[in-house]
Design a protein around this ligand. Structure first.
Ligand code: C2E
Ligand code: CA
Ligand code: CA
Ligand code: CA
Length: 279
């Protein structure tokens, strides 16, 4: 009826308005959040086929004094629009560097931290990889200690200049991972062109692995092509032993997900056993 239609419009408008206000508030508060140490870096362990923790992905958390925990999925896009992602990205990198020493000591000298890089960072910071490499060097760390995760969109839309920028991490030893693989306009040509080291199979494929034969075929194909291109594969969002079992049989190299651990503070990571019984 007409009445229902009207109330729907009203609800939609007020939802939009509060959404706008929330974004404005978050955007404003984010500026002081760094100084006030409201951000925290969590780590999600990544295991190899033997169940050994060999890497961890750094995932940012924001504890807002009034609104509580805010998901990065919510505030990263806002930070990208305001430009604050540059400061946040630098903070994430510095924090990860601080923790790298301890993690290498605790787990293994080859332990790597994986950080997410926004397309905005890559576009705005012309010498980001060189800068990061010299910061690592000053701490006695190597480029190889770091993996940078980018998404497909970065490769698809980038200018030649940014392509060169991405390729520059090769000679610095910094490894590249292609995040959320399979969700965008994946092109195998791009993967080859950028000399990606790791391909991260998106959670959506892993989720359906046990129920959906097509998801199995797709995972199998992705792993097989990746390996032919000498790219290692990380499965994201592994929650069930059955999923890990299937992926392992397909030759998947690394596993990440709630089955192994949720993202946790550094102190908790430094209490995890080196070796997990995987499957
Ligand atoms: P992402 O890079 O794809 O990170 C994986 C997300 O999946 C994380 O969400 C993680 O907590 C979640 N996850 C991991 N295992 C499982 C699982 O088994 N089941 C389920 N249901 N979820 C799982 P989170 O931490 O909320 O991060 C969301 C997104 O925010 C990240 O997606 C990434 O795109 C972005 N992000 C997080 N930290 C940073 C950062 O420091 N910089 C930038 N630029 N982006 C970040
Ligand atoms: Ca990621
Ligand atoms: Ca991902
Ligand atoms: Ca994602």
């Amino acid at each position: 009826s007409k009445q229902n239609g009207k109330s729907k419009v009203t609800r939609f408008t007020s939802a939009m308005k509060s959404d706008f206000l929330l974004r404005t508030e978050l955007s404003r508060d984010m500026h002081s959040a760094l100084d006030q140490q409201q951000f925290q870096l969590f780590y999600q362990p990544i295991v190899d086929q033997q169940g050994q923790i060999v890497k961890a992905e750094a995932l940012i958390r924001w504890r807002h004094p009034r609104l509580g925990f805010i998901s990065p999925a919510e505030f990263i896009p806002i930070a990208e629009r305001s430009g604050l992602i540059i400061n946040i990205g630098e903070w994430v990198f510095k924090e990860a560097c601080q923790h790298l020493q301890q993690l290498k000591q605790y787990f293994h000298p080859d332990f790597q931290i994986s950080v997410n890089m926004s397309p905005v960072q890559l576009a705005e910071q012309s010498s980001i990889f060189q800068d990061w490499h010299s910061a690592l060097d000053k701490k006695g760390l190597k480029g190889r200690d770091l993996v940078v995760e980018i998404t497909e969109g970065v490769m698809m839309t980038s200018s030649d200049e940014i392509k060169q920028r991405l390729l520059s991490c090769r000679e610095l030893g910094i490894e590249l991972a292609l995040d959320d693989f399979g969700t965008g306009y994946s092109s195998l040509a791009y993967i080859r062109q950028f000399e990606i080291d790791y391909l991260k199979i998106d959670r959506s494929f892993v989720d359906n692995l046990e129920k959906d034969g097509n998801a199995q075929l797709i995972c199998e194909a992705m792993i097989s092509i990746a390996h032919k291109l000498k790219i290692q594969v990380v499965a994201e969002g592994v929650e069930e032993p059955g999923q890990a079992q299937l992926l392992k049989r397909m030759g998947c190299d690394y596993f990440q997900g709630y089955m192994i651990s949720k993202p946790i503070p550094i102190q908790d990571l430094l209490h995890m056993p080196n070796q997990l019984t995987m499957i």
